[in-house]
Design a protein around this ligand. Structure first.
Ligand code: MRU
Length: 348
């Protein structure tokens, strides 16, 4: 059972995903700035895992507040949230976790709790956010597993597994685990996912650990596999889903969705409601992170491209809602028109 982020009295424990699959090393992050660096540097990554880590980072930072003045305490909370907010812009789970922690503080303050009580309450809420995330993935696995037919091959892009969430299931890999648990015979194609290779390094590792048959392919092989009838469904996760069902996910997802449409293959998105941003009307408003060009020009220390050329490295793209067959959340399966179906899930 993979749980990539944990709380301990020494700090936030993170499985260092930069080293997988060759090394399994845990880091203890002892301050909120170390947690922020861990998120920025991809020690932990994947939208729900970023949300859980953010909540723990806030709880950790506030626990270390020294003082007795509530105004100073609140200023410190705002400052820590701002530092964490700036780490990665696309995954809305980060902002969602900050809002949850701020709401928790506001409620405790309105109930005249003391600073030491509020420190405990914030930590309890962070642990709850973690538990709720695992529970959401379990439900996504159940609902999503039903959509996958027996004896099928499912293609996935990036890593939307236990590593990318609070743990155990994952979103896209949760759907696959759900189908396997329902007794279905499932094979997975994992896109390697250049430039950061989350598919090769993380998805292939996770599935192999769970004895789920996985075949690694490079990103430019998916069209061939689809044309040959070797893919029956695509399942991916998301970093932010706009109110109209446009889906931001790892760069290359859009290309896979277009190919799936061309070949009549269902394209499913699995994500908890903490990834759905009803304040974002369409995918056009989703901020897309641009990452270091070195991720494209190098693999570890090996240089792949000449120096002095232009490099593009957008980390995410947006798949328009008309290419999305269904969105699976912990509330069930939403279908077009998403503006209505997603909103309804929040109201349930
Ligand atoms: O840059 P990353 O590795 O954080 O990107 C991760 C993804 O794009 C995932 O597909 C997404 O966060 C969903 S994770 C359940």
């Amino acid at each position: 059972m993979i749980i990539p982020v944990k709380w301990s009295d020494e700090g936030v424990l993170m499985l260092d995903q930069r080293l997988l699959p060759t090394e399994e090393k845990w880091l203890t992050l002892k301050t909120y700035t170390e947690v922020a660096d861990g998120i920025r540097d991809m020690v932990v990554r994947g939208a729900p895992a970023i949300g859980v880590s953010t909540a723990y980072g806030i709880a950790l930072g506030m626990r270390q507040f020294v003082g007795t003045n509530m105004v100073d305490f609140e200023d410190e909370l705002d400052y820590i949230c701002e530092v964490l907010f700036k780490t990665r812009p696309t995954a809305v789970n980060l902002g969602w976790a900050i809002d949850e922690m701020k709401k928790t503080f506001a409620k405790a303050k309105s109930e005249s709790k003391s600073i030491s009580e509020i420190k405990e309450i914030l930590l309890e809420r962070a642990k709850e956010i973690h538990d709720e995330d695992i529970e959401a993935q379990r439900l996504i696995a159940d609902f999503g597993g039903e959509l996958i037919e027996d004896n099928s091959t499912v293609l996935t892009h990036c890593n939307a597994g236990a590593l990318a969430t609070g743990g155990v299931w994952g979103t896209a890999l949760g759907v696959i685990r759900g189908a396997v648990n329902q007794g279905k015979n499932i094979h997975v194609f994992a896109d390697e996912t250049r430039p950061y290779l989350q598919g090769a390094r993380l998805t292939a590792w996770e599935l192999h650990e769970d004895n789920i048959p996985v075949t690694l392919i490079t990103d430019n092989m998916s069209g061939y596999m689809m044309k040959k009838g070797r893919v029956q469904a695509v399942v991916v996760g998301s970093d932010r889903i706009a109110a109209n069902g446009d889906v931001a996910n790892k760069i290359g997802t859009y290309m896979v969705a277009v190919l799936a449409k061309e070949h009549g293959i269902p394209f499913y998105v699995a994500a908890p409601l903490s990834t759905v941003d009803l304040n974002c009307p369409t995918g056009d408003q989703i901020p897309i992170e641009e990452r270091d060009s070195r991720e494209v020009t190098h693999i570890k220390d090996i240089q792949l491209a000449p120096e002095g050329i232009g490099i593009g490295n957008p980390a995410f793209d947006v798949t328009p809602n008309h290419l999305v067959t269904a969105i699976i959340t912990e509330k069930g399966v939403a279908r077009a028109p998403y503006t209505e179906s997603l909103k309804k899930q929040f109201e349930e």
